[in-house]
Design a protein around this ligand. Structure first.
Ligand SMILES: Nc1nc2c(ncn2[C@@H]2O[C@H](COP(=O)(O)OP(=O)(O)OP(=O)(O)O)[C@@H](O)[C@H]2O)c(=O)[nH]1
Ligand SMILES: [Mg+2]
Length: 437
């Protein structure tokens, strides 16, 4: 992996984290969220040297935290030789500017940090364009002398991606022009992707999308199921661009399986917007595999965060298999992680517990995918002479008889049968119509 920090003088950004406990939140949530912010900062290449929390009724419009508290933290940061202070919540442009004056160093919020990580990870043209667009839109109103200063000097957290560094020094008008140009280029790239997608869909293979919280093991699962070589790493947002592979089920059904970007709490809205085209794979899917890390202490919060993003992109309520991953990390009797396994299995009747690394549970998962994507059945109306009792028996064996009548010269049936039995009954068919099973 390339160097996380683009400093010429090699020292990583020294980072201080700030969280607030609003009246509406509980303390544990704030702590968890701050711990996750620390992981994000480390993923971006920073070194977390301290953090601070404040309980407040509501955010201060000028400084987000209280002014006195900001001064206290600023003092501490000076002692700790901090380069960057990262707030766990989004700051308004005015708050960033005011805080920058108090702290006298670079101020970031959670969104800019996530954008920075995404900028490092984007590989495809589309991914890079999407990120640059989101960054320009988010960072533009927040440009201050520290940004300009840092961008000329060394980049650093929050400053990567596209042509951001030179861009940030140009005037607003040129930035606006660039936004317009990126939007046009994105439109082209997307049209191309739309063409590729419709080519794939001509195969008529069902689409399944792997979704889940970042670091849950989505790419590991894609690799385990399809032998793909997707990038796997114990960091947040290892995957950004979608990868699609064919999965052949033991029933010989083919499925197109896509692994895509992970979700996180407080995922910036602008980013969801920017990634809507990439997430189109998820919206189009016939089936979602929602991968969760059952060994993670905040597994239920993570599930909720994923469901919220799914709803936001218009993919809520799709047929979903809950894939309870990292089973190998629990105790041998399945306990650990506060009994999450039992609870989730009770709440999600189609949940399958697996370990994507050991392969445990994969056969059950394949079977469940097969059940969820069972081939469309054909609806047929048949007339069978009464003498053909073998045919009638066979019909009951392979098909689902919806209606039958034995009056008249021939017995009449309305049935649903799997398509591959169609030919067997061809001589008796009086009406042929496809319907979903
Ligand atoms: N012990 C254990 N570790 C796992 C399992 N599945 C994945 N991991 C590890 O979890 C980490 C994240 O795995 P990834 O497959 O990159 O996770 P992801 O969901 O694709 O993550 P992002 O792309 O970053 O959102 C890696 O270190 C994996 O080796 C599992 O079943 N058991
Ligand atoms: Mg991944």
């Amino acid at each position: 992996m390339k160097a996380l920090i683009e400093t010429r003088n090699t020292r990583p950004d020294r980072v201080f984290l700030v969280g607030v406990e609003l009246k509406s939140r509980n303390g544990a949530d704030t702590r968890d969220s701050l711990a996750e912010l620390g992981e994000l900062a480390a993923t971006a290449g920073g070194e977390v040297v301290g953090d601070g929390l404040q309980k407040i009724e509501s955010p201060n419009p000028a400084t987000f935290i209280g002014k006195g508290k900001a001064e206290e933290f600023a003092h501490l940061c000076k002692r700790l030789d901090v380069d960057t202070v990262i707030f766990d919540d989004d700051l308004s442009p005015a708050q960033s500017r005011n805080l920058e004056k108090i702290f006298n160093c670079k101020i970031l919020d959670r969104t800019s940090l996530i954008l920075d990580i995404f900028a490092q990870r984007a590989r495809t043209r589309e991914g890079k364009l999407q990120i640059e667009l989101a960054q320009l839109q988010h960072l533009l109103p927040r440009l201050t002398r520290f940004w300009g200063h840092l961008s000329r000097q060394q980049g650093g957290i929050g400053m990567r991606g596209g042509e951001g560094e030179t861009q940030l020094e140009t005037d607003r008008r040129r930035v606006q022009d660039r936004i317009a140009r990126i939007s046009r280029e994105l439109e082209l790239v997307r049209r191309q992707r739309g063409i590729q997608r419709s080519a794939r869909q001509r195969n008529n293979w069902p689409l399944a999308s792997i979704v889940g919280y970042t670091n849950a093991g989505k790419s590991t699962l894609l690799n385990a199921l399809t032998g793909a070589q997707a990038f796997v790493k114990d960091i947040l947002f290892a995957t950004l661009d979608p990868t699609t592979r064919r999965l052949r089920l033991p029933t010989n059904q083919n499925v197109l399986l896509t692994d895509t970007v992970g979700f996180i709490r407080k995922l910036p809205h602008g980013l969801v917007e920017a990634f809507k085209a990439t997430l189109e794979e998820v919206v189009q899917a016939d089936l979602l595999l929602h991968v969760v890390d059952i060994s993670h202490p905040q597994v239920e919060e993570q599930i909720q965060a994923v469901n919220a993003v799914l709803a936001e992109i218009g993919a809520g309520g799709k047929p979903t298999i809950m894939v309870l991953n990292k089973l190998d990390r629990l105790n041998p009797d399945g306990t650990g992680a506060n009994g999450a396994l039992n609870r989730l299995q009770e709440n999600h009747p189609h949940a399958v517990a697996i370990s994507a690394t050991t392969g445990d549970g994969i056969p059950s998962l394949l079977a469940e995918i097969g059940v969820q994507l069972r081939p469309k059945r054909e609806f047929l109306e048949l007339r069978v002479p009464h003498g053909q009792s073998a045919v009638i028996a066979r019909l009951h064996k392979v098909g689902q008889v919806i209606e039958s009548s034995y009056r008249g010269p021939k017995a009449r049936f309305k049935v649903r049968i799997p398509p591959h039995h169609h030919d067997e009954f061809a001589p008796f068919i009086v009406r042929d119509g496809r319907t979903a099973s």
